[in-house]
Design a protein around this ligand. Structure first.
Ligand SMILES: Nc1nc2c(ncn2[C@@H]2O[C@H](COP(=O)(O)OP(=O)(O)OP(=O)(O)O)[C@@H](O)[C@H]2O)c(=O)[nH]1
Ligand SMILES: [Mg+2]
Length: 233
C-alpha cells in the first residue's frame, strides 16, 4: 500500500468519472479524496456512492483545492488527478514512483520526448504554444537544473509537507505554474514522465484561454522579485 493520496479535482466531471473510474488505482493507495468545487451534475453522488470523502472549498479555484487537500490528507505524498479525460490514470502510480525515486516534484509532461498533447491532432495549436512559451520563460528565469518541458500540467505529485512549505498563494489555474517556479527556485529535483493527453470526456472546460494565459503571466511576474537572490543561496 502506498503511503500516498490520490487527490481528485472535480467541478462537474461526471462523464470523465464514469469513463475512467475503474482505471483509477484507488486500491494501491492509502487515501483517495476528492476536492470538489461545487459540482451539480452528479459528480458528488458518484463519489459518495464509492465511499470517497469529498472535501469542500470555501472559494472556487484549483489553487484553493490544492491547499484544501494538503491540509486534509494524512498521507506523505499527494498525486493530483483530474478525471476529465485529459489525464491517463496509468500514470498515477508512475508519478508516485518518481517521488519514491527521489524527485521532490513529479510532473506528467505533455511536451517531453514521446508525449502527446491534446492539440497534436491539429496543426493550429494555440494552447501548446502559449504553454511552451510560459515554460521556456520559467526555465530561463528560475531553473538552473535540467530543462523542464511542462511547468503547467496539473497532473503532478509532490510530498504534502513540501507543498505546505512552498506557501503557495494562487487561487485559480496557475497554481501549478507557481509550484513549478518555486520548486525550481529552491533547486529541488524535478522529474517528468512523458504522458499521452486524451481529449476531454464531456462536460465543459473551466480554463478559458485568454484569462488563464493572463493569470499565468501575472504569476511569472510576481514570482520574479528575489528570484535571483534565492537561486544564489
Ligand atoms: N476542485 C476544483 N476542481 C476544479 C476547479 N476548476 C477546475 N477544476 C477541475 O480541474 C480539472 C481541470 O480543469 P479543466 O477545465 O479541464 O482545465 P483544462 O484541463 O486546462 O482544460 P480542458 O482542456 O478543457 O480539459 C478538471 O477536473 C476540473 O473539474 C475548482 O475550482 N475546484
Ligand atoms: Mg482538462
Amino acid at each position: 500500500m502506498r503511503d500516498a493520496a490520490i487527490v481528485l479535482l472535480t467541478l462537474n466531471e461526471i462523464d470523465g468519472l464514469r469513463l475512467l473510474w475503474d482505471e483509477i488505482p484507488v486500491h494501491a493507495f492509502r487515501e483517495t479524496v476528492a476536492v470538489d468545487g461545487g459540482s451539480t451534475d452528479g459528480t458528488r453522488e458518484f463519489l459518495a456512492e464509492r465511499g470517497i470523502p469529498i472535501l469542500d472549498q470555501s472559494i472556487p479555484g484549483r489553487g484553493v483545492a490544492f491547499r484544501v487537500a494538503a491540509d486534509a490528507c494524512r498521507s506523505e505524498r499527494l498525486i493530483f488527478y483530474s478525471p476529465d479525460g485529459n489525464e491517463d490514470p496509468a500514470d498515477i502510480e508512475r508519478l508516485d514512483d518518481l517521488l519514491l525515486g527521489g524527485a521532490r516534484l513529479a510532473i506528467a509532461s505533455r511536451f517531453a520526448q514521446g508525449a502527446i498533447n491534446e492539440e497534436d491532432v491539429g496543426s493550429f495549436r494555440p494552447r501548446s504554444w502559449v504553454n511552451q512559451t510560459l515554460t521556456m520563460l520559467a526555465n530561463l528565469t528560475f531553473n538552473s537544473g535540467t530543462y523542464i518541458t511542462d511547468t503547467i500540467n496539473g497532473f503532478r505529485a509532490l510530498r504534502r509537507d513540501d507543498l505546505l512549505a512552498l506557501n503557495t498563494s494562487v487561487k485559480r489555474f496557475p497554481i501549478e505554474y507557481q509550484i513549478s517556479i518555486r520548486a525550481m527556485r529552491r533547486g529541488w529535483p524535478i522529474a517528468e514522465l512523458a504522458t499521452v493527453e486524451g481529449q476531454r470526456a464531456g462536460g465543459e472546460s473551466k480554463a478559458l484561454s485568454w484569462p488563464v494565459g493572463k493569470d499565468h503571466l501575472r504569476v511569472f511576474l510576481t514570482e520574479l522579485p528575489g528570484a535571483k537572490l534565492l537561486r544564489e543561496r
